[in-house]
Each structure stands twice: as structure tokens, then as C-alpha cells.
Design a protein around this ligand. Sequence first.
Ligand SMILES: [Zn+2]
Ligand SMILES: [Zn+2]
Length: 151
Amino acid sequence: MTEKRDVQHRLDEAASACAREGAQLTELRRAVLGLVLEADGPLTAYQLLDKLKETRRNAVPATIYRALEFLQEQRLIHRIEKLNAFIPCTESDHHHHHAAQFLICRMCGTVAEIEDHAVLQALEQAAKRQGFRPGNAVIEVDGTCAACAAS
Ligand SMILES: [Zn+2]
Ligand SMILES: [Zn+2]
């Protein structure tokens, strides 16, 4: 879990990043990103909606979906397909989003984002041999994290 102070700092950074792209991190989008950053692990849209309702009683599913879509477009969060849940982006390289790798722990549910260019290169070469041009090459690997493996 990210410290509250760090969350504020990261929200400010996200706001500047959006502004550079000509987009606006509205108060609502900021609130949703804050929830994703404060979470202990990946949260589904409905879990986020429940949390959002604590401060915005009128929030409906469309509210959260639109905000999540925006945050994904701005490359601030990732959707983990296997879990149908969202995590903050921890990599500073914001061009990797069609080719990130995620390690998902089956035991504790944590997700680690790694960015290994060798993985992507190997995949691209293998695809090339088939005459295939990869588009979205996000890889989700499930297994056991170091902490769970040790206990
Ligand atoms: Zn990322
Ligand atoms: Zn684990």
C-alpha cells in the first residue's frame, strides 16, 4: 500500500502528465486514481465504485467506468484481464502499455509489473517467423510470489 503522502505526490504528477497531453485529471478522475493508488492490491470496478460511494454517494457504474477508461488511456493504470481488476502503473516508461508483463500471485493476489525488453523482443521475433505482426502483447503470468513461496 502506498503512503498517503506519496499518493498525493503521485496524483500531482499524474495531473501534470495529463496536462502535458492536453487532457484534464478532473476531481473525479483524481479521486478514482487515488483509490487505485491507495489499494493493497488489484481492485475491480465494483470494488472501486463501493469505495468511491463513501465520498460520492451518487456515483454509478458508468461514473467509474468512464474514469477508469480515461486513466487507462492516460497510461496511469492497467487492467489485469485475468482478474478483471485495476492496478496503478509503476513503470516510468509510458510507451510500454501494449507490451507490459505482469506477475500475478495466485496465493495473495498481488500483481507485479515488470518491463523486460528481452521478453518483448523474443516474442516479436517468434511472431515474425510466422509472418505475424503483434499488436497488444501484454503478458499475464500467474504463479507464486517470493513472499508466499517463502512462507
Ligand atoms: Zn505500466
Ligand atoms: Zn503472494
